[in-house]
Design a protein around this ligand. Structure first.
Ligand code: SF4
Ligand code: SF4
Length: 467
């Protein structure tokens, strides 16, 4: 069969998925370990701390309130004592409050943790909001917002992201192998309460075992299902095997590959009547509806040439990365770089006393031999970056305009369409730091646009008051 590219451009980075067969191990911090739980582990407004220094907290107890529309609740991942509420600099570069908890090692669960009463769409969305769930694939978008599309954009297709196209990361893959029944159940719950008639699970062709596990689990879930519409949707759910090509898991690429629909510039999946959820996100939904335990733990991949104990681990949110490394055997020498996420889109941490957050699917510990940023040389105008860009942008043109810090030159190059996938930097023979430059270009353009909007507003207001 002829190979057909599912989207323009893309790249084939070395998969390096050496933890594929590493079954998930649960790690718990020892008594007296300090966890740091940020109030801003999601897109949108930070949660408001609900506890004060000295308070005793239990596992699953709310410690951060989502009292603004675009926010997410935060819960205690351990039982213990609050030792501080402090401002921390997060990996995103923003400051946020964080609740520091000294674990007592007992894992005592809050008695208010019990399965939510879910009978319809409203109670389902309210329960998901109360669970503190955010997209577990890395985007950290509050899930209850995703479950609340505008009424005229109700989705007719649920796309499940099981692509996991970033090198090294295998946490979603392990979820598919280890809890396919929970994933299938989570898919059915979303179809049922959101009244979506169709589901497509997108998975790359390098994960046949995971695809088979999901197919079998969906079949079994359909056979158990009493509701006829839901059973029909489960029976019709399709496992779409996609060519292995980075960034297949990016939302725009995935939606197009699974449905043939194109999300417009600046748009969201609901603009083409699609809802996209990560495979681990739907797995969590099933567990949450059955137990009521909010999002206080997550599965992540630990890897990199300096990690002594590479593998997949189920860890409490808020666990310090330094403690994660200590619990898994430490590192072979001083890391050049610690990445939160994969090598293409991950965020470099400047220190290991940074906590694991909800959307953190991988920690990579890399030596200078692997991670050192090579010196840039002059652009040779080979256009490889242009050919690799899945968004059909001109990375070299954005780079040039960004380095000149010229918003007028930047605007027609559409840097805001960039999904920061890193393909352009990856293929560039001159080792240009294109993604970093494009991020700078986005900031310059956004700042210029905000300034222009404010000036226009002032001019309009001045006109209105003139007699
Ligand atoms: S790939 Fe690198 S060298 Fe080639 S055109 Fe793009 S920026 Fe220039
Ligand atoms: S310009 Fe942006 S979207 Fe295009 S390849 Fe580079 S990082 Fe990816």
């Amino acid at each position: 069969m002829a190979f057909r590219r599912p989207f323009p451009g893309g790249a084939h980075p070395d998969p390096q998925k050496r933890t594929l067969d590493a079954a998930t191990l649960r790690l718990d911090p020892p008594a007296a370990a300090r966890l740091l739980v940020p109030m801003a582990m999601h897109l949108g407004a930070p949660a408001r701390p609900l506890v004060a220094k000295g308070a005793r907290v239990l596992v699953g107890q709310p410690i951060g309130a989502a009292d603004r529309p675009m926010s997410a609740w935060v819960h205690s991942p351990v039982s213990g004592t609050v030792t501080a509420i402090r401002r921390i600099l997060q990996s995103s570069g923003a400051f946020a409050d964080a609740v520091e908890i000294a674990s007592d090692g007992l894992g005592e669960v809050d008695p208010s943790v019990r399965p939510p009463d879910v009978v319809d769409r409203a109670s389902f969305v309210a329960a998901i909001a109360a669970s503190g769930l955010v997209g577990l694939g890395g985007a950290s978008f509050p899930t209850h917002i995703k479950l609340s599309p505008p009424p005229d954009k109700a989705p007719d297709c649920l796309v499940i992201n099981a692509a996991e196209c970033e090198p090294y990361i295998t946490s979603d893959y392990r979820a598919c192998l280890e809890e396919p029944d929970a994933i299938a159940d989570g898919i059915l719950q979303v179809l049922r309460y959101m009244d979506i008639p169709r589901a497509v699970i997108g998975i790359e062709d390098n994960k046949p075992r995971a695809a088979a596990a999901l197919a079998n689990a969906l079949k079994a879930a359909a056979a158990r299902e009493a509701d006829s519409a839901c059973r029909a949707a489960a029976e019709a759910a399709e496992i779409r095997i996609l060519p292995t090509l980075y960034p297949q898991g990016a939302e725009k690429m995935l939606v197009h590959a699974c449905t043939g629909r194109t999300i417009p510039t600046g748009g969201l999946p609901h603009d083409v009547r699609v809802m996209v959820l990560n495979v681990s996100t739907v797995g969590f939904i099933s567990h949450y509806l059955a137990t009521g335990m909010p999002l206080v733990r997550r599965r992540l991949t630990l890897d990199g040439d300096l990690a002594v104990g590479p593998g997949n681990y189920d860890v409490p949110v808020g666990l310090m990365i330094a403690d994660l490394l200590a619990l898994t055997g430490g590192t072979r020498g001083e890391p050049e770089k610690i990445l939160m996420g994969g090598p293409m889109m991950g965020v470099a941490l400047d220190r290991p006393d940074t906590p694991v957050i909800k959307a953190n699917n991988a920690i990579l510990v890399l030596s200078g031999a692997v991670a050192a940023l090579p010196a840039e040389t002059a652009c040779i105008r080979c256009a490889r970056c242009v050919q690799a860009c899945p968004m059909r942008l001109l990375p070299t043109a954005i780079d040039a305009a960004a380095r000149l810090e010229d918003a007028d030159l930047l605007e027609p190059t559409n840097p805001l369409d960039c999904i920061e996938c890193g393909c352009c930097s990856y293929v560039c023979p001159a080792k240009r730091h294109l993604v970093q430059s494009i991020r700078l270009g986005k900031t310059i353009l956004r700042t210029a646009q905000a300034r222009k909007k404010a000036e226009d507003g002032r001019r309009r207001a001045a006109k209105e008051v003139r007699p």
